[in-house]
Design a protein around this ligand. Structure first.
Ligand code: ZN
Length: 330
């Protein structure tokens, strides 16, 4: 792909962003790993955080070994009335594995399927949750107010991406749009606990929401937070920095990021992410001011952060590719 493509029209640019974003989701999320002792490198290992919180961490992958649809963090929360799923993985196959894992933990119904944002590694397991028995109600699908439209806009590109990388595993993977849009902060009732959903302005993507559990104060950030790997900006870098500021005010005891290990040291993780983004923003602005080309900025911006993050070179270049054309218009 031509990473030096020039900004020459809004729709072209949007299409390009979508393409880049699809790549990001693969590259940026590779090597997801955790040092939590409960996680085993098995088919679909579940980390039990206690008090009804469960997390599956995607496989340790490099792009060269191929995207298999299972690279992001997928969580579920069990309340006294039923279960809420937070992201469903990148394929129907992964969604089914998740559904089976939930059924082993509880007989309670799955009430809600929440997508933290539109990226394909987080949404294509949704279809597995349409398969409830006739006597079971279908879950309510929940996401950002803009998620349905974003899914529709990207459908064709994501279908191609799934075909290319997943082959047969892409079978059954389909867009399932939210039936409950999150337009403002709202609570979902799971019986003995509620989940507070907060929608954001354009940040990592244009469809980000976070989820905070009332019982354990576990905060699920979606891709507003990456741990260990280079943060990804597909939406708006200033919006992402602001969203991280907002996340810092939450009364969280632990955080499940979109990718990377669960952490209790979440303020440090948010600060690390914000530090990188602020340096990137400053450096790209300076490059533009000096009249440096985007290609040059790709080589130099945020270079001081290189040793702090995994997959830095490729992810950082792509971040520059996303934000440089936007900042030119400041
Ligand atoms: Zn993402």
């Amino acid at each position: 792909m031509n990473l030096t493509m020039q900004y020459n029209g809004h729709s072209t640019f949007n299409t390009f962003l979508v393409l880049i974003c699809a790549l990001f989701s693969v590259v940026g999320c590779a090597h997801a790993q955790t040092d939590h002792p409960d996680v085993k490198p098995a088919n679909f290992a579940i980390e039990e955080l206690g008090n009804g919180i469960y997390v599956h961490h995607g496989a340790h992958l490099d792009i060269d070994t191929g995207y298999q649809g299972d690279i992001c963090n997928i969580s579920f929360v069990v309340g006294s009335l039923g279960v809420a799923v937070i992201d469903t993985g990148g394929s129907f196959k992964v969604g089914n594995q998740l559904r089976d894992a939930i059924k082993k933990v509880t007989k309670l119904p799955i009430l809600y399927v929440i997508n933290t944002h539109v990226h394909p590694d987080h949404i294509f397991g949704n279809a597995a949750f349409l398969q409830n028995k006739p006597d079971e109600a279908k879950p309510v699908f929940v996401g950002h107010a803009k998620l349905g439209d974003a899914m529709q806009l990207r459908k064709e590109i994501y279908d191609k991406l799934n075909q290319k990388y997943l082959g047969d595993d892409a079978k059954g993977s389909e867009i399932v749009k939210p039936t409950l849009p999150v337009k403002a902060v709202m609570d979902l009732d799971l019986g003995d606990r509620t989940l507070r959903l907060t929608p954001y302005a354009v940040a990592h993507s244009n469809t980000d929401i976070s989820v905070l559990d009332s019982k354990t104060h576990t905060l699920f950030t979606g891709d507003l937070l990456f741990i260990e790997r280079t943060p990804v900006v597909e939406g708006d870098i200033k919006g992402l920095i602001a969203a991280i500021d907002d996340l810092k005010t939450y009364p969280a005891t632990q955080v499940v990021p979109g990718h990377g290990p669960t952490t209790k040291d979440w303020l440090t993780a948010l600060n690390n992410s914000q530090r990188y983004l602020n340096i990137l923003l400053t450096d790209v602005r300076n490059s533009i001011k000096k009249g440096e080309s985007m290609e040059r900025a790709m080589d130099t911006a945020a270079a001081s952060e290189k040793d702090q993050w995994q997959l830095f070179d490729i992810a950082n270049r792509r971040n520059v590719n996303t934000i440089y054309p936007m900042l030119e218009w400041e």
